[in-house]
Write a protein of this length. Structure first.
Length: 131
């Protein structure tokens, strides 16, 4: 009987240990990039931090999505036509740093990005009205 009980305890312990995933579940971030009160595409959004570097170029409606981001702290920056441009997160949590986001395991985050009006994207007023 002791032998059966010992085998049972070992089996239960093995199941419990194997079900404990030591890797935290990845997170997801979605949002949009805004410039001069409208969403803009073609902006390269870069998350760089604890879990590596992730990049995504915003779609024509400004939308971006990062799936399967490792949990941790990330600095967020943007590029347009190969150069870094000024930008800030306009809805961020758990940080007062306007360029940092904390990815919490298994959570979905919304982080919209604002490019200040004074940033020059090389557009003139006519081009902006056509887009």
């Amino acid at each position: 009987m002791k032998r059966i009980f010992s085998v049972l305890i070992i089996a239960v312990a093995a199941v419990i240990i194997s079900s404990c995933d030591k890797t935290p579940a990845p997170g997801q971030v979605t949002g949009s990039v805004t410039y001069r009160d409208r969403s803009v595409g073609g902006i390269e959004v870069i998350f760089e931090g604890d879990g590596g570097t992730y990049t995504y170029t915003s779609l024509s409606d400004g939308y971006f999505v990062f799936r399967d981001i490792a949990p941790g702290d990330y600095d967020v920056s943007c590029k347009f036509n190969g150069r870094y441009i000024e930008s800030v997160l306009i809805n961020y949590e758990k940080s007062e740093h306007p360029h940092m986001v904390t990815i919490i395991p298994g959570e979905k985050h919304v982080r919209n990005i604002l490019i200040p009006d004074n940033e020059d994207l090389g557009w003139d007023d006519e081009e902006e009205d056509e887009e």
